[in-house]
Design a protein around this ligand. Structure first.
Ligand code: S3P
Length: 433
């Protein structure tokens, strides 16, 4: 049987990379971003920002290679952003389309947003209705609630929002509009989410208040912030695939370096630990306002049961597909509840997981807002794995294939580039036969 061995730093965190690029628009001058994610999603953010007036230059290491690649982002300042005649095409990226909607809402010009077939099926009203309430004019071009849509920005009015969805994207979009609005804008979330926005605001000196744990207040940014430098840590959502593979393959021992362990993102670590996996979080420290650590995983334990519900789902919202693979390999039960939000991600991930695991011989029961997986210590395989063009479903299928008794053929591996273009080659490099 194969195992995973060695040390790896997965690429830069996607959520933090989007924010570093987009928040550069709040400054005037040249920001520096080290360790930027190579994900196609982040390229979508950069492409859209370029259409609004920002410039990007990549400087690669020279000489002895000790220097990391840096992206120089030149921003004209919020009041220097200009109209794009062509639609902003966000590709597959929900973060791009939602955050940039908040950014342009304060500008008195029209912007059309569009995305790929998957993004066109994802709900946008959760952001756009709030931007309308602040004074932006939103017109859906085909179907209410979905891209393509047009935003005509305006002088916005600050407002109080008590969100009914625990979404960092919605929160951040409203805050970006609030930084351009008259008066105060207050966003309260129903539960904790990843707090990359607050951490980066603090790091780059965007003024804000935090009256309570899940609440942020901003007012108009009267002056551009000073150009900033951000060091992006390794993406825990990408590292998660290696954590699960190593935890499930006896004889494995891997070290994942410089991984972001933001408390709003670290569910995969605690869930694997609760299942009994041998995972150590070491060398915890701070980088650009984010908590990072090195993660050591050994594949020397049998995994057991765990449950995940709405009280902690947000911290692992993107990792459920790969956690499901660990559950299938366990000798226990994974009970997932309150997870209807997974139906509106890059694919309907609840039914995608259930369908694929069943095809691979795993016992799964689906409910409206979750599933129960009964692990029998292995995955039979011998089936085609449907990715639904969803990068995290495709990567989960690749890991399922590594663990299964028979071949698992993933129908589309090219969509993996949406978050992790070199995933397959990195996995191959770590795999010992
Ligand atoms: C993200 C927030 C999450 C997550 C997405 C990235 C972000 O979405 O699923 O991949 O960068 O803010 P929601 O905020 O919609 O839960």
């Amino acid at each position: 049987m194969v195992s995973l061995k060695g040390t790896l730093q997965v690429p830069g965190d996607k959520s933090i990379s989007h924010r570093a690029l987009i928040f550069a628009a709040l400054s005037r001058g040249v920001c520096k971003v080290y360790g930027l994610s190579p994900a196609f999603d982040c390229i979508s953010s950069a492409d859209c920002l370029r259409q609004l007036g920002l410039k990007f230059e990549r400087r690669s290491p020279s000489g002895n290679g000790l220097r990391e690649t840096v992206f120089l982002v030149t921003s004209p300042g919020l009041d220097g952003l200009h109209r794009s005649d062509a639609p902003l095409f966000a590709g597959n990226s929900g973060t791009t389309i939602r955050l940039l909607s908040g950014l342009v809402a304060g500008h008195p010009f029209k912007t059309v947003f569009d995305g790929d077939d998957s993004l066109r099926t994802r709900p946008m009203a959760r952001v756009l209705r709030h931007l309308s309430e602040m004074g932006a004019k939103v017109t859906y071009q085909e179907r209410e609630n979905y891209a393509p849509f047009e935003i005509e920005g305006n002088l916005l009015k600050g407002k109080d929002f008590d969100l009914d969805v625990a979404s960092a994207q919605v929160q951040t979009a409203i805050l970006l509009a609030g930084l351009q609005a008259d008066g105060k804008t207050r966003v309260k979330l129903p539960a904790a989410v990843r707090d990359h926005t607050a951490r980066m605001f603090k790091h780059i000196n965007v003024p804000f208040e935090q009256p309570s744990e899940n609440e942020i207040v901003v007012t108009r940014l009267e002056e551009p912030i000073e150009p900033f430098t951000v060091n992006v840590p390794a993406d825990i959502s990408s590292a998660a695939f290696f954590m699960v593979a190593a935890a499930c393959l006896p004889g494995s021992e891997i070290l994942l370096n410089n991984v972001v362990v933001n408390p709003g993102r670290d569910l995969v670590i605690s869930v694997l630990q609760e299942m009994g996996a041998d995972i150590e979080v070491t060398n915890q420290r701070e980088r650009s306002g984010e908590l990072i650590a090195d993660i050591l995983v050994r594949g020397d334990r049998t995994l057991g049961s765990v449950s995940i519900d709405g009280t902690r789902l947000a911290a692992g919202i993107d990792e459920i597909p790969i956690i499901a693979i660990a559950a299938a390999m366990s000798h226990g039960t994974l009970t997932l509840k309150d997870a209807a939000e997974l139906r509106v991600k890059e694919s309907d991930r609840l039914s995608a997981i259930v369908g694929n695991l069943r095809a691979c011989g795993v016992t799964v029961t689906e409910s409206d807002d979750g599933f129960v997986i009964e692990g029998k210590g292995g995955i039979k395989g011998g089936a085609e794995w449907k990715s639904y063009d969803d990068h995290r479903m495709a990567m989960s299928g690749v890991v399922a294939g590594l663990l299964a008794e028979q071949i698992v053929r993933v129908d589309n591996e090219s969509c993996i580039a949406v978050s992790y273009p070199d995933f397959i080659s990195d996995l191959r490099r770590m795999t010992v036969v």
